[in-house]
Design a protein around this ligand. Structure first.
Ligand code: CMX
Length: 437
């Protein structure tokens, strides 16, 4: 059994060599063009970023180092006694490109559990925040405050060689991943259940097992397994999405992983990105409130049109890159099929029924390039069914997960010596001049 560090040490030289070769042999190769529509359209479709751990195909969805979601479900080790891949297994794959053995995955679980406790001042900071402050705002604050103990920042101040950056980055990234469950669970407890105490970290459990315990749902094996799947699946979605891209941009200034990821969380907190899962639940509950549990396809069609005609987007549908149903959505739907109690839930049935109607409505509406569901269309309903009903909290769970991919890239960016990110911008006047010249 090798440690994560040893494995990374093994794989980094080959990647460094690959980058060197790309630079030396293909620096001037053309892989696309920049159109005015890219500049005006949020850089959609522009091939302009290096991102190692995953690549998103518009039609088939995400692959993590070449592995599809079903591949990952087959090969990534679950927690002892469980079936779903763990966050640690996904993190290991993202970081190293290799599938960990069950022993390697467990060893990483033990390391994360060891590092999982929060410094007292961060607990105090979180406890002092008003309950009415959005949980995502709180999460970003807590993550940023952890940079108090950044080993990268301390080493940089001391003066270290560029070739050593990644080792300190890795240390910080593992520390942050380890502490996210305690941070996120404390926010949940403070905002929603101040009467409850928080379970201590169990050194024998995996990261999400502990997270579920600390949230107060450890007794619910189904929910814990769902959270494992959810957190592994949301881990990475290539580099251009707003949260991942933000972490990368901020990290490129050599900010430490804590403040880089804190910035990313605030990108995730927007309704067009991670907040959509909260919006989906809000939308569904509004439908159920108006119509009751026996919602028909016709009811949903009417409600979808009402949303669209009022100038709002249908949350959970559409995507910046995907042009088919999101395989993460499919995987979560499949999870529901394995459990009769989930199939009987009106909220989960509503997700399925909406899926049967919404693509046609969105096609007829004719605006979105992708009328199919993204992962947010399904992710909240299972949490809701199992009693995690505070949907303002859902994006926090997404935030615990997205750290896996965003932090992986920070390690790789430093291992590869990637430069400060600094694209060129134009004013409209300057752009017009450029077009004429
Ligand atoms: N409902 C209604 N209209 C939609 C729509 C939806 N679900 N998705 C896109 N559109 C509209 C856009 O608002 C845009 O309209 P305008 O031309 O008036 O501005 C038009 O269709 C074209 O948009 P697009 O090119 O298809 O989509 P974008 O790449 O611009 O945006 C996304 C992608 C996800 C922001 C958009 O589909 C959306 O707002 N979806 C709903 C929110 C959501 O589910 N977000 C979660 C995405 C996944 C994630 O990041 O977590």
């Amino acid at each position: 059994t090798k440690s994560l560090r040893e494995t990374l040490q093994e794989v980094i030289p080959a990647k460094q060599e690959q980058l060197k070769k790309l630079k030396a042999e293909h620096s001037q190769a053309v892989v696309g063009e920049v159109k005015v529509e890219n500049i005006l359209g949020g850089m959609r479709g522009l091939k302009a970023m290096l991102w190692e751990a995953s690549v998103l195909d518009p039609n088939e969805g995400i692959r993590f180092h070449g592995l599809t979601i079903p591949d990952c479900q087959k090969v990534l080790p679950p927690a002892p006694g469980g079936k779903e891949m763990t966050a640690e297994s996904m993190l290991w794959l993202l970081l190293t490109g290799r599938v960990p053995s069950p022993a390697e995955s467990r060893q990483l679980s033990a390391e994360l559990a060891q590092k999982g406790e929060l410094p007292a001042f961060v607990e105090k900071l979180l406890d002092s925040l008003p309950k009415t402050l959005h949980p995502m705002t709180q999460l970003g604050m807590g993550v940023a405050a952890l940079n108090h103990d950044s080993v990268f920042q301390a080493a940089y101040e001391r003066g270290i060689k560029k070739s050593e950056y990644w080792t300190y980055m890795l240390e910080d990234c593992l520390n942050l991943v380890a502490k996210l469950p305690a941070l996120a669970a404390r926010i949940y407890r403070n905002v929603y259940h101040p009467e409850n105490s928080i379970a201590p970290i169990d050194k024998g459990l995996d990261l999400v097992g502990n997270y579920s315990n600390m949230l107060g749902f450890g007794h619910n094996e189904s929910l814990t397994e769902y959270l494992r799947l959810y957190i592994a699946l949301h881990g990475d979605h290539e580099g251009g999405n707003a949260s991942a891209h933000t972490a990368h941009l901020v990290g490129s200034t050599l900010s430490d992983p804590y403040i880089s990821y804190s910035a990313a969380l605030y990108a995730l907190a927007g309704p067009l990105h991670g907040l959509a899962n909260q919006e989906v639940l809000r939308w569904q509950l509004a439908v159920q409130k108006e119509i009751g549990d026996n919602v028909t396809h016709e009811n949903i069609r009417e409600y979808l049109w009402k949303t669209l005609k009022s100038g709002q987007v249908v949350p959970g549908y559409g995507h910046g890159v995907l042009r088919n149903p999101d395989p993460r959505f499919i995987a979560l739907q499949e999870f529901c099929k394995t459990r009769p109690e989930l199939q009987a839930s009106p909220t989960i049935q509503l997700v399925q029924k909406t899926y049967e109607v919404a693509p046609d409505v969105l096609k007829e509406h004719g605006k979105t390039k992708n009328p199919y569901p993204n992962v947010d269309a399904a992710s909240g309903c299972v949490l809701y069914h199992y009693g995690l009903t505070e949907f303002k909290y859902y994006t926090v769970i997404f935030g615990v997960s997205r750290a896996l991919g965003a932090l992986t890239q920070l390690v790789w960016a430093r291992a590869l010596g990637l430069p400060l990110e600094r694209p060129k911008s134009y004013s409209m006047d300057a752009l017009e001049k450029l077009i004429k010249s």
